[in-house]
Design a protein around this ligand. Structure first.
Ligand SMILES: [Zn+2]
Length: 72
């Protein structure tokens, strides 16, 4: 995360402020320490987490404020 702008939901076409972060990794593409992040508003937190969870990629769902400097 860079800058002071409020994070925006990653869902396609959604411009709401993100409140949650869906943290995931595709073990075929990403190293074990890699943490991919999709930002999500309250409405899209569930569908985004379900999407990666269905593929076995979901690591955790956390608050945007809890993201670390290496997440993304
Ligand atoms: Zn959204």
């Amino acid at each position: 995360m860079t800058g002071a702008d409020a994070p925006i939901c990653s869902s396609k076409g959604c411009r709401r402020a993100a409140t949650s972060a869906v943290v995931w990794r595709n073990p075929k593409l990403h190293a074990p320490e890699r943490r991919k992040v999709w930002l999500a508003c309250a409405e899209h937190r569930q569908p985004l987490s379900d999407f990666v969870s269905a593929r076995g990629f979901l690591l955790e769902v956390i608050a945007v404020d809890a993201l670390g400097p290496h997440d993304g």
